[in-house]
Design a protein around this ligand. Sequence first.
Ligand SMILES: Cc1cc2nc3c(=O)[nH]c(=O)nc-3n(C[C@H](O)[C@H](O)[C@H](O)COP(=O)(O)O)c2cc1C
Length: 389
Amino acid sequence: MKRKILLGVTGSIAAYKSAEIASGLTQAGYNVQVVMTASAVKFITPLTLETITKNKVYVDMFIDEDHTQVTHITLATESDLILIAPATYNMIAKTATGIADNLLSAILAAANWDRVIFAPAMNANMYHNPINLQNIEKLQQHGCNFIEPDEGMLACGTTGKGRLKNVPAILEAVEGYFCEKILTNRKVLISAGATREYIDPIRFISNTSTGLMGVSLAKACRNMGADVTLVLANSPLEVNGVKIIRVDTVAQMREEVIREFKNTDYAFAAAAVSDYKPKAYSQSKIKKTGEAMSLEFEENIDILAELGHLKQKQVLIGFAAESDDLFKNARTKLEKKSLDMIIANNLSNFAANDGKVWLITSDKTVELEKRPKEKLAYDIVRTILKVGD
Ligand SMILES: Cc1cc2nc3c(=O)[nH]c(=O)nc-3n(C[C@H](O)[C@H](O)[C@H](O)COP(=O)(O)O)c2cc1C
C-alpha cells in the first residue's frame, strides 16, 4: 500500500514550489493529500495541486459536504507524514503556541509531532526574529522536524536566510524520514571522486570517476541515521546533512582520511585515486619545444593499505574496478590490504549512473542486482550489515 503524505501549503511566496514538491512525491510513489491555507490559495490554485496529486485539495474546515468523518482528525491521524512546505512564520507560530483556527493548524494540533516536517520559507528578518527561532526550538523539542531554509536572494529583494530549501533536498528529507535507521549512532567515512596528480600548475593526470557512487553511499548512510564524513575529490556533486571535505590530490585525500579514520565505525574507500604520479613536477608551465616529450611516473602512496594497517574496530570496505579477472583481483586486494569487504565491479560502472556489483568477504560473495547507484547504495549498506552480523 502507498504511504500517505499530507502536504500542507501555507501563504508564502514560495507556495508555487509546492507544485514541484507534490509532483516529486507523487512520482516517488506516495499518495499525496494537499491541505492549503486561505492565504496559500492566493499564491497557487487548488486546481494545480489537485491535478498533480489526483486527490481533492482541502482548504476550508467547514465547507465539506461529508460530515460522517471529522476531516481534520482523520487527515491528522491517517497520514504517515505531514510535510508543511512552505511553512510560514504564522503557521509555525500558531503550531508552537497552540492555535487551531483553520483546517491546517487544527490538523497540526491533532497530529503526532514526530511525523511532522516543517520547511520554513520567509524573509530573513522574520526567520531570525527571536520569537520564530524560539518557536522552532520549542517544536523541535516536542519532536517536530525542520528542514533549514537556504541563504540567498529572497523574493522581497534582500538576501539572507529564509529561502525554502531546494525541492530535491526536500524530497530527499522525505526519503530519509522513511528510511530504516539501522546506522543510528554510527560514524561513517567515505572517500569519493577522482584525485589529480599535477604535471605542472595547470596540467594533471586523473580518471573519469564522477564520485556518484560515494555520494550515493553518503546519502544512504545519512538517511539510515549515520553521522557521515565525505572526503570528496574533484566532484561538483553536493550532499546535504553530511560533513564534506573537498580535496584535490592523493596526498590531500590521505591527510583528511587518516585524520577522520580513528573515530569511524565504517569506512568506504570509493575514491578513484591515482596509483601513479609524475616523478617530477614543473613549477612553471611546460612549454612546447617541437620535440616529443615523455613523462616518468612513480608509484603513489596507498591510502587503503595504510588504513588496513591502522584498522582497529573499524569495518573497512574497499572498491575494486577491474577490466579483467574481477573476482581474482578483488580477492587479492581484499587480502593484501586487510579489508573486511570489497565491492567488486566492472570498469563499465565507471562514470555510469547504474551499477552492478558483488560484495566479497573472506568467505562470501554476494551478487547485488544492477540498479541506479542512488538505489544500489542502500542495497550495499543493507548487505554489509547483514553479512557482518
Ligand atoms: C506577496 C506576499 C508574500 C509573502 N511571503 C511570505 C513568506 O514567504 N513567508 C511568510 O511567513 N509569510 C509570507 N507572507 C505573509 C503571509 O502570507 C501571512 O503572514 C499570512 O497570514 C500567512 O497565512 P498562513 O500561515 O495561514 O498561510 C507573504 C505575504 C505576501 C502578500
